[in-house]
Ligand binder design. Structure first.
Ligand SMILES: Cc1ncc(CO)c(N)n1
Length: 229
């Protein structure tokens, strides 16, 4: 008897998003960060913007806690929320200290138009959408950063000792970050199971949209875009 292996939903997402993620991976911000040659001003712009981005992004994990229907899922979202606030954002606080930026300045960063549009898109889904929609929205951030961490380690691991941004690569290539991303991928597949195509299409639309916002976020930081007024 022929065994038909159905493709997992996240395999479909991964395949279809490749053109966008490839652009993310080849973006000069990412490539120059990997080589340690990224302009310091661009990196500082990014650190500050990313810090306030993560304040909102972490609220999506809190939404995961409230929308989950079982204790295990609640606990995992609470754990990732904790890791974001105390592990990932610690990276930003350390870099800020190195670059002479105070905690106040970091926290008071005014989000740029791209940053605001990105977080408002996700927070709107968090308020109005299902748990599956929330996960499809937040997944590219976790998954593609993990991909970038692994990729930069592979491409430029030999330069790490001399790379002033090495901690960044080590954070996103870390076991802690990878475990979180893998769990979210598994959860996405569980939540997508048995859903009709019209609902899967909505999830894929969110996934593609936030992947595009990831590109805009790299670009915004590389060109230090901000409000013109
Ligand atoms: C913009 C952005 N996307 C994803 C991540 C990974 O959490 C991050 N720190 N910032």
């Amino acid at each position: 008897m022929e065994v038909i292996k159905t493709k997992k939903f996240t395999e479909r997402l991964f395949e279809n998003v490749q053109p966008i993620w490839e652009k993310n991976h080849n973006h000069p911000f990412v490539q120059e960060l990997g080589q340690g040659i990224l302009d310091e001003e661009k990196f500082i712009h990014y650190m500050k913007q990313d810090y306030v981005y993560l304040v909102d992004y972490s609220k999506l994990f809190a939404t995961g806690v409230t929308k989950a229907r079982d204790l295990d899922t609640m606990g995992k979202f609470a754990q990732i929320l904790h890791e974001t606030l105390h592990f990932e954002m610690e990276l930003h606080r350390q870099f800020a200290a190195e670059f002479g930026i105070s905690r106040e300045e970091l926290e008071e960063t005014r989000p740029t138009p791209v940053n605001l549009a990105y977080t408002r898109y996700m927070l709107n889904v968090a308020q109005n959408g299902s748990l599956a929609e929330v996960v499809s929205c937040l997944l590219p951030c976790a998954w593609d950063y993990w991909e970038i961490g692994k990729l930069l380690r592979k491409q430029y691991g030999n330069l790490l000792a001399k790379n002033r941004y090495a901690k960044w690569i080590k954070t996103y290539d870390s076991e802690t970050f990878g475990e979180g991303a893998k769990w979210l991928i598994g959860l996405m597949d569980e939540l997508a199971e048995g859903k009709p195509e019209r609902e899967l299409a909505v999830l894929e639309e969110h996934f593609q949209m936030t992947s595009k916002y990831e590109y805009l976020f790299w670009d915004m930081n590389y060109y230090k875009q901000d409000w013109p007024i």
